[in-house]
Design a protein around this ligand. Structure first.
Ligand code: PMP
Length: 350
C-alpha cells in the first residue's frame, strides 16, 4: 500500500478471483467457465466487428439491446448491458444502497457482494443459511433492507423456486431485491417473468457461463424502466463505453444461436448428473445443484487437502477458506472427458 492510498480504501479486502494458471495445462474446473467454445456465429460476428475498432463502441448497445429485449419479452428500456454481470451488481450497490438503505445477503454466497458493500462503504448484514445450506426464505420476508440473492446460490448450487423468490420480492416493496441469475440456465427458474409485476425487482444474468463468453465480459440487468434508468445514471457517470464492439457482436451471435445454447446447457446438466452419481459412489456428499458446478465433501477428508492433491495431479477445483465450508470443494461441470479425468484422479487419491 502506498502512502497515497485514500483513507476510504485502506481497510478494503479485494475479491480473490479463481486461479487462472499459465504455468501448465490443467483440467480446469475452478471458475465455472463453459468447457465449450463460443458459438461459431458469435465468433464470426466478433471478428467482423474487429475491423471497426478505430471507432468508439455504441454506449447504448442498441443492436444488442433490441435483440435481447425481444428474446426476453421485455421492452428496450428494461435492460442494461454491462462489462460482465459483476459490473451491473456493483452498479446496483452504488445506485440503491446507502447508510439508511442497508443491504443483506446470505452468509454463504458469491464473495463479491461483501466486497462491493465494503467498496461503497455500505452497512451490510450476512444472513446464515440453514444447516442443509438452503436459504431460509422467512429470513428475508418484510425486512425492509435491500437484498442480494444468487439463484442458484454460489458456491452451493442450490436454487430457490420462483414462488419463494416472489414471496421475498413482494414482501419488500420499499426496497430493491436483486436476483443474481448467473447460473440460472442450468435448470433453475428465472425471475425475469416477474419484472413487470414488481417495480423493486432487478434480475441480473451473464454471458460468462451458459453462453461461453467469460473472456468477452458481458452481463446484463432486467428490471422496470425506472430501475434501469438509475443503473444507467451510474454507467454514464463511470464508463459509458463499458461494452466493447467485439463483445457486443459476440453477444448478439451467442443469443441468436439458440440451438447451440440449448445443446450445451443440456450437456452440462447431463454431465452434472454423471459426476454426482460417480461422486456418490465414491462416498462424497454432493449438494443438489442447479448450476454448472457442484459442491461436495467426503467425511473425514479435508477440503483443502483434496484440492491440493487434485491440483498436484493436474486437476484444478476451487476450495474456500471459510470455517463453515472448509470441508467442501467446488467442482465446475466440464465436458464428459474432463469429468471422467476428475473421477479417475479422485479414485487414485482415495
Ligand atoms: N454472480 C455469481 C453468483 C457468480 O458466481 C459470478 C461469476 N464469478 C458472477 C455473478 C459474475 O460473473 P461475470 O462478471 O463473469 O458475469
Amino acid at each position: 500500500m502506498s502512502k497515497y492510498l485514500s483513507e476510504k480504501y485502506r481497510s478494503l479486502t479485494a475479491y480473490t478471483p479463481g486461479e487462472q494458471p499459465q504455468d501448465q495445462k490443467y483440467v480446469k474446473l475452478n471458475t465455472n467457465e463453459s468447457p465449450f467454445p463460443p458459438s461459431a456465429y458469435a465468433q464470426r460476428l466478433a471478428r467482423r466487428a474487429s475491423g471497426d475498432l478505430q471507432l468508439y463502441s455504441d454506449p447504448e448497445c442498441k443492436a444488442l439491446v433490441s435483440f435481447a429485449a425481444e428474446k426476453f419479452g421485455i421492452s428496450n428500456d428494461q435492460i442494461i448491458f454491462t462489462n460482465g454481470s459483476d459490473e451491473v451488481l456493483n452498479f446496483a450497490f452504488m445506485a440503491f444502497c446507502d447508510k439508511s438503505r442497508p443491504v443483506v445477503f446470505p452468509q454463504i454466497t458469491y464473495g463479491f457482494y461483501k466486497v462491493f458493500a465494503q467498496l461503497n462503504n455500505l452497512p451490510y448484514e450476512e444472513i446464515a443459511l440453514n444447516n442443509d445450506f438452503t436459504i431460509n426464505v422467512n429470513d428475508y420476508i418484510g425486512i425492509d433492507k435491500n437484498i442480494f440473492i444468487a439463484n442458484p446460490n454460489a458456491p452451493t448450487g442450490i436454487a430457490l423456486s420462483l414462488e419463494e423468490i416472489e414471496k421475498i420480492v413482494s414482501s419488500n416493496p420499499g426496497r430493491i431485491v436483486v436476483i443474481d441469475e448467473a447460473y440460472v440456465d442450468f435448470g433453475a427458474e428465472s425471475a425475469v417473468k416477474l419484472v413487470d409485476k414488481y417495480e423493486n425487482l432487478l434480475v441480473t444474468q451473464t454471458f460468462s457461463k451458459s453462453r461461453s463468453l467469460a473472456g468477452a465480459r458481458l452481463g446484463f440487468g432486467i428490471a422496470s424502466k425506472e430501475i434501469i434508468d438509475d443503473l444507467k445514471l451510474i454507467k454514464y457517470s463511470t464508463n459509458p463505453y463499458n461494452i466493447n464492439m467485439m463483445t457486443m457482436y459476440a453477444g448478439i451471435g451467442a443469443l441468436a444461436d439458440a440451438e447451440y445454447f440449448d445443446k450445451n446447457c443440456k450437456t452440462i446438466e447431463e454431465n452434472r448428473q454423471f459426476t454426482t452419481d460417480r461422486l456418490d459412489e465414491l462416498g462424497f456428499i454432493v449438494l443438489p445443484s442447479k448450476a454448472n458446478f457442484i459442491f461436495a465433501k467426503k467425511d473425514g477428508l479435508d477440503g483443502e487437502k483434496i484440492y491440493l492433491d487434485l491440483k498436484a495431479r493436474g486437476v484444478l477445483v476451487r476450495h474456500f477458506d471459510s470455517d463453515i465450508i472448509n470441508d467442501y470443494i467446488r467442482i465446475t461441470i466440464g465436458s464428459r472427458e474432463q469429468m471422467e479425468i476428475l473421477i479417475k484422479t479422485l479414485e487414485e487419491i482415495l
